[in-house]
Design a binder for this molecule. Structure first.
Ligand code: BF8
Ligand code: SF4
Length: 631
């Protein structure tokens, strides 16, 4: 239990303030929506298909339950894909403004720039940084414009065997915007009415998500802000400091968050003029992850409890950009001195202050935001201040580059060998990526942590991103002491690698970043598959999102399914109304004619109980081990 969250939930209730957890209790769930059988795509409806055959079995237009459920699933995935694709496109566009001297940022990682440029087939020799950045950024923007071929970023990162499979099935995306538009066009009333075809279209959207969303965002952000390296940091609500001006950043695209940190440093002395000891920037959700990975900024909490930093009564400003920002933040902020500041013209919240952020005016906007926070310090109500004390130490910053470097301390000439040997020898049974969200309908962190504990006990290495990573960090699984929860084999390997790198041990859960950084996990899998000369689908690995809430998580899951990685969700994915869709996504290949397992090698696992989910995941991992000839 996150005691800080509990403490502030009690405080909020005593003060008559509703949070997402209260709203979740009051909101009943509709049985039709929960199973995906409700269609409101046109004004002949809404139509809903009655369960158990008792009542209407077709919509007014004649759409059956399989078509309706597949269309709704595609709809959800498109929402996730468009979020990630917009994220990537904004960074690409910012890079062009930067090298044209229109935006005040400095390119930080030339080595990554060179490696991405080479991968894209762009010669580096004789070019200055600006020229090369511009070429890479234009290659990125091509992935939103080209009318034939496939995504540059897919060719850059996809495993050869997966690529061939998608090519044969005719699933390769052409450009991100085209596929998003086509996906919506096939989903509308009177469009695609073949559920199998709709689900294959969803796989194409997953590829757009993975390559033109996740991978492109990570690559370009690393070029701009630097590739992460190991950092030590603190977690939990205790990172809010009573004596300081506290600013929390919440959202996803680090262009704003990085500037807020820069201006907080520059204006630190100004804070002292109002009686504060300085300025403290803290992270929430994925903006928190981005700053944590590159700057070691501490993290207060994750998605479901994002309103609670305000309830401490000591938060001067909450600055947000886009995605996973609860509109309810403003109701809570209005009960305190906290100023909620929106920044993007297409993501405003009524009642909040709006300070427009563009890359060209990044300095002016960030300066104004920090000055507003400083002004708010004196508006605190001392009677309302209550900050939970607890903090937990954690390590983060495990980019693929950093993991390889850590492994190089064990075997400089062949860094992947120690990891592969440990997998082959059974000390490490497999690896699971614990990714995604927290959800106010679930007990926050419980399912993420329970699943991780169960896996590491069984010698499964955990890597984590997004809000799941926050859960694991808060409960000590991102610190070397966490190895006490591991099985003997995993503990031995983590201790040996950690000690070769000057730590008592590597943490049992490696923090690999924000949700777009699931690309880093995909890169690690591709590297392992190449090393072993197998497909990604053959590896003894899986992905899991025990506390899913956002359609982005479904898009990321679809990307991993397309790569042949099993994906577990712990929250109802709202497809259970169609036996056909359930079979395609969750059946094993021998049990049903067309399945994602048969076509790609990975299937969806829906299980709310984390212990049972771990058992199923372990069974699948062991099956994949046997496929590789391992015990
Ligand atoms: O992109 S993990 S709750 S904050 S959707 Fe949202 Fe889920 Fe958190 Fe980050 Ni990802
Ligand atoms: Fe009803 Fe068909 Fe319209 Fe959906 S598209 S609301 S099923 S008539």
């Amino acid at each position: 239990m996150d005691t800080g969250v509990q403490q502030l939930l009690v405080k909020a209730r005593e003060e008559g303030i509703d949070t997402a957890f209260d709203r979740a209790i009051k909101m009943s769930q509709c049985g039709f929506g929960s199973t995906g059988v409700c269609c409101r795509l046109c004004l002949e409806g809404p139509c809903r298909i009655a369960p158990n055959g008792k009542g209407p079995q077709l919509g007014v237009c004649g759409a059956n339950v399989d078509t309706i459920v597949s269309r709704n699933f595609l709809n959800a995935v498109i929402q996730g894909v468009s979020s990630h694709a917009e994220h990537a496109r904004e960074i690409a566009h910012a890079l062009i403004e930067i090298v044209e001297d229109k935006a005040p940022y400095v390119i930080q990682d030339q080595a990554k720039l060179n490696s991405i440029a080479r991968g894209l087939g762009t010669p580096c020799d004789g070019k200055d940084v600006n020229e090369l950045v511009k070429e890479v950024a234009h290659k990125a923007l091509e992935d939103f414009q080209k009318q034939s071929g496939t995504l540059n970023w897919l060719k850059l990162h996809a495993h050869e065997k997966s690529y061939k499979n998608w090519q044969q099935l005719g699933l390769l995306p052409v450009n991100a915007h085209l596929e998003i538009a086509k996906g919506i066009a096939r989903m509308v009333m009177g469009g695609d009415a073949d559920p199998a075809n709709l689900l294959l279209g969803t796989i194409t959207m997953g590829l757009v998500d993975g390559y033109a969303g996740l991978h492109m965002s990570t690559d370009l952000q690393d070029i701009l802000f630097g590739s992460p390296r190991t950092v030590k940091t603190q977690y939990r609500l205790g990172v809010i400091k009573k004596e300081k001006v506290n600013i929390s950043v919440n959202g996803h695209i680090p262009l704003l968050a990085e500037k807020v940190v820069e201006w907080a440093n520059k204006l630190n002395e100004e804070a002292k003029k109002v009686g504060a000891e300085g300025i403290n920037v803290i992270g929430v959700c994925c903006s928190g992850n981005e700053l944590l990975m590159r700057k070691g900024i501490s993290v207060a909490t994750n998605y479901a409890s994002q309103e609670l930093p305000i309830v401490t009564g000591a938060l001067e400003a909450m600055v947000v950009d886009i995605q996973c920002i609860m509109p309810g933040l403003q109701q809570v902020a209005s009960c305190y001195h906290t100023e909620l500041i929106t920044t993007l013209p297409y993501a405003k919240i009524s009642g909040a202050t709006h300070v427009e952020f563009t890359t060209e005016t990044a300095d002016e906007a960030a300066k104004e935001i920090v000055l507003r926070a400083i002004d708010n310090f004196e508006k605190r109500d001392p009677n309302k201040i209550d900050i939970p004390e607890e903090v937990t130490e954690a390590y983060a910053g495990f980019s693929v580059e950093q993991i390889i470097e850590a492994l190089s301390s064990v075997n400089a000439g062949d860094p992947l060998k120690p990891l592969v040997d440990a997998i082959a020898g059974g000390e490490i049974v497999g690896a699971v990526a614990l990714v995604g969200c927290t959800n106010p309908r679930k007990k926050q962190d419980k399912y993420n942590v329970e699943l991780a504990m169960e896996l590491i006990k069984n010698n499964v290495l955990v890597v984590a991103t997004g809000c799941s990573a926050h859960s694991l960090a808060k409960f000590g699984l991102m610190s070397p002491e966490g190895v006490k929860y591991c099985g003997d084999g995993l503990r031995g390997v983590l201790t040996a690698i950690g000690q070769a790198n000057g730590l008592p041990a590597l943490p049992p859960a490696l923090h690999m970043g924000s949700c777009v950084d699931n690309s880093r996990i995909a890169d690690l899998l591709t590297a392992l598959a190449n090393y072993l000369n197998v497909s990604v689908k053959d590896l003894p690995v899986a992905g899991s999102c025990p506390e899913t809430h956002h359609p982005k998580a479904l898009a990321i899951g679809t990307f991993f399914l397309a790569n042949g990685v099993d994906v577990h969700v712990g929250v109802n994915p709202q497809v259970t109304g169609s036996e056909f869709v359930v079979n395609v996504l969750t059946s094993s290949k021998q049990d049903f004619p067309v399945t994602t397992d048969g076509l790609f090698g990975g299937k969806l696992i829906y299980e709310e109980d984390s212990v049972k989910a771990a058992e199923t995941i372990l069974d699948r991992i062991k099956k994949k081990r046997r496929g590789l000839g391992l015990r």
